[in-house]
Design a protein around this ligand. Structure first.
Ligand code: SF4
Length: 481
């Protein structure tokens, strides 16, 4: 009898401890953003140059940027003009073990510096040259470090390849969804069925077929998809942007990203004067293609001279922005969005999302009336009748403008010495590199390298070294005409 009371007390204490720990875990799991991410966001904000720290900036307010692999599979079977890879890239053989090991190592490093749940690109030469199992293993390795991973491809692979990537050998899906960027434009050479495209319109059936493979995969195996469409813009295809958008906006791409060509990579593949094109030239063609003004200053990732992005969707043939940058009430909605959601991951199951959103709104109740008043404004912009007739079809419009390698090399050399350029062009390049949103992890040196510097300086060195480490027999790749 005398033992009973202490035993009961011990059990009650144990139970209380277990309940308290479970409550802590539940609290952490449903917190809109983890303390760890909060820390990384604050760090990211602090490392931005002064001019990039403004109310529209997504870095440090919403995310920490995008990370990308390098030197994991440099070679490609296309011949693009321009090609951002050095001339040695195609002397490196595809080696799945190397790809998986390096992708894992690089993303482990990025995860430690950038926090959880961020975006990453499995990118290099052509990703579909990897055997499907190796491609899947690389994605899994990157996902283990909590990244949302997008595979970058020219899209010229078969349905069988996609199926084998998405499914285990026993036929069960190994991914719930796949994220791909398909690159299609007439500066690319070597596509099966159309090795040379004279214009963008000729590529539309190939764009449609790319999406159709993913639709089939979803219908047959339940693997969902998110697809982005990438297009390099040169003076030759600039005026074809509107037609691409008009023809392909409903194919199934959820993002159209336009990249004005830069003098990067293999100089033998530079064919035109890419500098004839300005950012506004590209953006005006995008606006023509979507039949509306496209506001890009509401959300800024990094430097405006590098990136423009606009969020909205098609209602019928017309793209409608979610927010209008000319309306101060919409700017307040944007500010409330950052304040309320912070880095909250919205790509989770509906129940968890509902709990996280409720907690976020409970902490920032002033966001509720702002949202309630925004909705009728959006409906008025889109047109109630149009919205009732047509389904809102979300599409993000993006431009990413790489810089020329000569400017980048000059700017980077000075930055490495801690010097600011006096030449305005090189100073601008330095400012853009300092605010870069797209980094390549270098675990060996403990650095994250901006994309432009990676392509201009590090890629050629890495490819030359890899060509010795993983030499490749000459293959019949397509040579640019
Ligand atoms: S990769 Fe180059 S163009 Fe892109 S954000 Fe970084 S510095 Fe700017």
């Amino acid at each position: 009898m005398s033992d009973t009371a202490p035993r009961l007390i011990r059990r009650a204490t144990d139970l209380a401890g277990r309940l308290a720990r479970a409550a802590q875990r539940l609290e952490a799991a449903t917190r809109p953003q983890s303390r760890e991410l909060e820390h990384h966001l604050a760090e990211r904000w602090a490392e931005l140059p002064e001019r990039a720290r403004h109310s529209a900036q997504t870095l440090g307010q919403r995310g920490t940027g995008c990370e990308a692999t390098h030197g994991v599979f440099p070679s490609c079977d296309f011949a693009c003009t321009p090609c951002y890879h050095g001339k040695d890239a195609n002397r490196v053989r595809i080696d799945g073990e190397h790809t998986v090991r390096e992708a894992d190592r690089q993303m482990a490093f990025s995860r430690a510096l950038r926090g959880s749940g961020q975006n990453a690109q499995l990118i290099g030469g052509e990703v579909s040259l990897l055997p499907p199992d190796d491609h899947a293993a690389a994605l899994k390795a990157m996902q283990r470090h909590t990244f949302k991973v997008m595979s970058f491809s020219h899209g010229d692979f078969t349905y069988d390849y996609l199926r084998r990537l998405a499914l285990r050998p026993d036929g069960r899906p190994r991914f719930r969804s796949l994220i791909f960027a398909g690159h299609f434009d007439s500066s690319m050479f070597g596509r099966q069925g159309i090795p040379i495209a004279d214009n963008e319109r000729q590529l539309n059936p190939f764009r449609a077929r790319f999406v159709a493979k993913f639709r089939r995969l979803q219908a047959e195996h339940g693997v969902r998809f998110y697809l982005a469409h990438n297009m390099t813009v040169t003076p030759r295809n600039l005026d074809q942007i509107p037609d691409v958008l008009k023809a392909c906006s409903r194919f199934g791409f959820r993002m159209f990203s336009f990249q004005p060509a830069a003098f990067q990579g293999d100089s033998a593949r530079w064919k035109e004067n890419y500098r004839e094109i300005t950012a506004d030239d590209v953006w005006s063609r995008i606006e023509r293609g979507v039949g509306n003004r496209v506001p890009y200053r509401l959300f800024q990732t990094g430097d405006e001279r590098c990136n423009r992005a606009a969020y909205g969707g098609f209602v019928g043939d017309r793209w409608v922005p979610l927010l209008d940058d000319r309306d101060p009430r919409d700017l307040r909605v944007r500010d409330a969005f950052f304040r309320t959601l912070k880095g909250m991951d919205v790509q989770v199951g509906p129940a968890l999302l509902a709990v996280r959103a409720t907690r976020a709104l409970a902490r920032h109740p002033s966001a509720i009336p702002l949202l309630a008043h925004w909705l009728p404004r959006f409906v008025a912009r889109a047109g109630l009748r149009n919205l009732l007739r047509e389904r809102f079809y979300a599409v993000t419009l993006v431009m990413h403008r790489f810089m020329d390698q000569d400017d980048v090399s000059a700017a980077w050399e000075l930055m490495e010495r801690g010097e600011t350029a006096s030449d305005p062009k090189i100073k601008e390049t330095q400012e853009r590199l300092a605010a870069c949103s797209y980094h390549f992890p270098h675990p060996d040196t403990g650095r994250l390298i901006p994309g432009c510097a990676q392509h201009a300086i590090y890629d050629p060195i890495e490819s030359a070294a890899l060509a010795r480490e993983l030499p490749r027999e000459p293959r019949g790749d397509y040579a640019s005409p």
